[in-house]
Design a protein around this ligand. Structure first.
Ligand SMILES: Nc1ncnc2c1ncn2[C@@H]1O[C@H](COP(=O)(O)OP(=O)(O)OP(=O)(O)O)[C@@H](O)[C@H]1O
Ligand SMILES: [Mg+2]
Length: 377
């Protein structure tokens, strides 16, 4: 064994006081700068506590601005002060079928999921809203990443089913908080939502560099031992995070950089660790963000490209290796989708003829793709 490997294996002094502080679903103890937004949402939902109809809300803003965390914190507060409201948080990336959304609501109301007996949706709906009526409680549903419902074209049905429950179940009061990340598609989505109900919009502005630094400082203090993070390094992370425009990158970067320092047996993170960590993380986050949009076909195509990218470049060669019953047309469509998602580049052949072929280049390190594929297959 080399000395370096021995060092890695034997080093047992951790720089982490509390590693879960860097998990992305960790709810921070100190959550600043969103008081106004949280107050606005609270005013909208407040009538539900008294048993009245609320104002429905759409929470909109760029990625990593604390939208999901704010709504989760609000729900925690609601549970603490009221037994009258049942708040149900649903991530539409994972639940974008009507049945699975209604199952989540059922679970929120009953405390356990519906039996897997293949009951039709209408029965599930009746049970769910019927129980709400019986219990005489109000329902607040947060639909996070609500744009996924529009991709799956079930949005209107779901929104109507929740919001018009009182027409079939008199006395039932329900409200919705839709959460939406600002992107090319979000404008269209928010327009469509507006036609179903008239939501009050709460906008989450991006954080300034100073605020990012302050948030990252709290995170470092909670997660790392004293002295691991220096002011100079914190400045560097904050600057890079601000440039990339996503707080998650900064949080992950602190964790990765601390691991790099640990591996080298250092007690301090260096600026150099940050630079190494940030590139890796940006591509990781990008792949993770788009992964849910990939079909099994897309994943097969991507896997073949990632596994063979050091040997092959021509599209047809990747297709030959694929060794699957996939048609070329399907393969080509997947390539274009991967190009749109900025995972591959297609260098298109200028002219047709022997040897003139489209070339495929990965835009993300292949290790990142293979790791994500292994985690998700
Ligand atoms: N004001 C804040 N204080 C402390 N941590 C924060 C703050 N705002 C965001 N974060 C942290 O940043 C990360 C991203 O926040 P969150 O998931 O709430 O963003 P989002 O707006 O829902 O992003 P997306 O649109 O991509 O879903 C989380 O780890 C969260 O804890
Ligand atoms: Mg979110």
């Amino acid at each position: 064994m080399t000395n370096k490997i021995k060092d890695i294996l034997m080093w047992d002094e951790s720089l982490f006081r509390n590693p879960e502080v860097f998990d992305l679903d960790y709810i921070p103890e100190v959550f600043k700068y969103r008081d106004n937004e949280l107050e606005a949402i609270s005013h909208n939902v407040k009538p539900l506590v008294k048993g009245d109809f609320p104002t429905n809300t759409i929470v909109l803003g760029p990625t990593g601005t604390g939208k999901t965390t704010s709504v989760k914190l609000l729900f925690k507060n609601i549970n603490e002060i009221s037994t009258n409201v049942i708040p149900v948080y649903i991530n539409c990336q994972f639940h974008h079928r009507e049945f699975s959304i209604m199952s989540q609501i059922f679970k929120g109301i009953f405390g356990y999921g519906p039996a897997e007996t293949g009951k039709p949706l209408t029965i599930l709906y009746e049970y769910t809203m019927g129980e709400l009526q019986k219990k005489d409680k109000t329902l607040l549903v947060a639909l996070d990443d609500v744009d996924y419902l529009f991709h799956a074209k079930v949005a209107e049905n779901i929104l109507y089913k929740i919001l018009r429950a009182h027409e079939t179940f008199p006395g039932v009061k329900t409200g919705i908080i839709g959460i939406l990340t600002d992107n090319d598609f979000s404008f269209k989505v928010s327009e469509k939502i507006r036609t179903v109900f008239m939501p009050n919009e709460v906008y989450f502005k991006p954080y300034s560099e100073t605020k990012i630094k302050d948030i990252l400082r709290y995170r470092s203090e909670a997660g790392l031992f004293n002295g691991v993070m220096s002011e100079e390094v914190l400045d560097k992370i904050s600057q890079l995070t601000f440039e990339k425009g996503d707080l998650r990158i900064g949080i992950r970067c602190i964790k990765e950089a601390a691991i790099l320092a640990e591996i080298e047996g250092r007690r301090k993170i260096l600026v150099d660790d940050i630079e190494k960590a940030i590139e890796r993380i940006s591509s990781f986050l990008h792949v993770e963000n788009v992964f849910d949009c990939l079909s099994n076909t897309d994943k097969k195509v991507l896997k073949v490209i990632a596994e063979n990218s050091s040997k092959l470049a021509k599209a047809n060669d990747f297709y030959s290796v694929l060794n699957d019953n996939m048609s070329y047309e399907l393969f080509r469509k997947s390539l274009v989708k991967l190009e749109n998602l900025k995972i591959v580049d297609i260098q298109r052949a200028q002219s047709r003829g022997r040897g003139k072929q489209n070339l495929i280049h990965l835009r993300v390190p292949k290790e990142v793709i293979l790791k994500s594929l292994n985690n998700n297959l």
